[in-house]
Design a protein around this ligand. Structure first.
Ligand code: ATP
Ligand code: MG
Ligand code: FE
Length: 332
């Protein structure tokens, strides 16, 4: 099975070819990060325009690098949502045009399902499993009894983890996107500043990061009023430690509550070095098998969409040529 994946939900234009849902044949990513950096965040209109300019070339490169002809493909998989509607539309329109012209089956993929399947490209997912999804727009614990089946165990009640990283980075005057910047700065500091952990109700698998964000802002504000200097690296390390501790603890609780032995880390924040090491240490102690995507598959890419799409294709979950981009598409 050869599936071409297309991803344009946010600010990377990406196309990839994946064989049998697990062998990465090509993964072309054209990032717009530099374009959006000067605005301190993604500007939707600019993103759409960029996708239009890049999409045809990116798809061709993905086929060329894989050494695959369009006629050899089994299906096309495209991110249907969630994401920026104008950005999603470019990928969906490209996929539909190609499906029509080449007479290929088409499948729509949920972007978060894609993030979870990034790990499948390294080592096959073993079900049942629990996935911790931590990205720019999502923080969720998902239970998967098998391919294509998702059950939500918990979610954020306010900011997503990546969003918290980006917002805290902004108050620390670090460039966009803030996650990797905090990761780097935190390595130069110590987690010496006392910041809150949002455990919520005793059995809750939900998350909350807005209180932590406010605590960071208050810390900076108070220091300014007292005229004391803030050790930015210590503040970054303390913030990161709070996030990582809650994410790790709740993931382990979720795994135990479902009686599974496989945890999958997914989404852009899974690139975070402190989260990766805390989870791998905890999982080793608890005898839990942990899947962590390689750094280049943590953030948005089409390979993960092609992988997830392959299993929708095998389940015959086809989309028609009337498929529409769904900016608020639900996973469950
Ligand atoms: P979603 O997947 O929810 O639609 P998105 O696609 O915008 O959102 P991703 O591309 O999955 O998000 O991830 C981007 C996020 O990951 C950003 O918030 C970024 O700051 C964060 N991130 C990337 N690398 C790191 C890191 N090393 N440490 C912490 N956060 C990181
Ligand atoms: Mg991005
Ligand atoms: Fe994403």
């Amino acid at each position: 099975t050869l599936v071409l994946g297309i991803e344009t939900s946010c600010d990377e234009t990406s196309a990839a070819v994946v064989e049998n849902g697990e062998i990465l044949r090509s993964n072309v990513i054209s990032s717009q990060m530099e374009v959006h950096r000067k605005f301190g965040g993604v500007v939707p209109e600019v993103a759409s325009r960029r996708h239009v300019e890049r999409i045809t070339d990116v798809i061709q490169q993905a086929l060329d690098q894989a050494g695959v002809k369009q006629s050899e493909l089994s299906a096309l998989a495209v991110t249907q949502g969630p994401g920026l509607v104008g950005a999603l539309l470019i990928g969906v329109a490209a996929a539909k045009a190609m499906a029509f012209a080449a007479g290929l089956p088409l499948v729509g993929v949920h972007h978060i399902a894609g993030h979870i399947y990034a790990s499948h490209l390294v080592k096959p997912l073993r079900f049942p499993l629990v996935a911790l999804v931590v990205s720019g727009g999502h923080t969720e614990l998902i239970y998967m009894p098998g391919h294509n089946r998702f059950e939500r165990l918990g979610k954020t009640r306010d900011d997503a983890a990546g969003e918290a990283f980006d917002k805290v980075a902004r108050v620390l005057e670090l460039p966009y996107p803030g996650g990797p910047e905090i990761d780097r700065l935190a390595r130069e500091g110590r987690p010496s500043i006392d910041l809150p952990r949002a455990w919520l109700e005793p059995d809750s698998l939900d998350f909350s990061f807005s209180g932590l964000k406010s605590a960071v802002i208050n810390h900076l504000h108070n220091a300014k009023q007292r005229g004391t200097t803030v050790q930015r690296a210590d503040l970054a390390a303390s913030f990161q430690e709070s996030v990582v501790e809650v994410l790790t603890e709740k993931s382990i609780r979720a795994v135990k509550s479902k009686g599974v032995d496989h945890l999958v880390l997914a989404g852009g924040v899974s690139a975070n070095s402190a989260l990766r090491s805390a989870l791998s240490e905890r999982c080793r102690k608890e005898g839990i098998r942990l899947s962590v995507p390689p750094i280049e598959l943590c953030t948005d890419n089409a390979a993960m969409i092609a992988a997830a799409g392959t299993f929708r294709y095998l389940d015959r979950e086809f989309a028609g040529l009337d498929m529409n981009a769904e900016p608020n598409l639900k996973l469950v």
